[in-house]
Design a protein around this ligand. Sequence first.
Ligand SMILES: [Zn+2]
Length: 155
Amino acid sequence: MSQTKFTELRKLVRDQIKAHLLPSDTKPKQVTASPLIHATRCSLCKDLIPLGDSMYTIAFDGVSAGLQQAQVHFECHAAWQAEVGHIDTDAYPFTTDTLLRFHKAIRDALKADDDTPPDTPKPHGVRATSDWGKDRDDVERQLRARGISFTPIVW
Ligand SMILES: [Zn+2]
């Protein structure tokens, strides 16, 4: 998740929803994930989606002209899901695979923070931002409810 905090991604999501660049509900026309053949710029965070990563395409009804598409990273897709569903995983269930990837993204962000030398700003601010803890708790609660084994993330 490059340098961009998940909370910042969620703010970008809100801006793009206001600008009608992303759908505001949890029922877009179609969401597909596909492995990338050409490096593509993410429509949310504007970083390149690296080859080999999955690109998530969110297709939805545009304001004026027919079907619109947003092509985003896994994490950016998760930020959109979190924003429109408020990570209410009970009302809007993630697949177990998505939960596990999301769980790993949180662990990776924490590690990136902890690997940062002292006196350097943390790239994600996992320990300092309550949203991260809330997301972690939601994801782990869902994994437990599904009987999936995982190593809890502790900070
Ligand atoms: Zn992105």
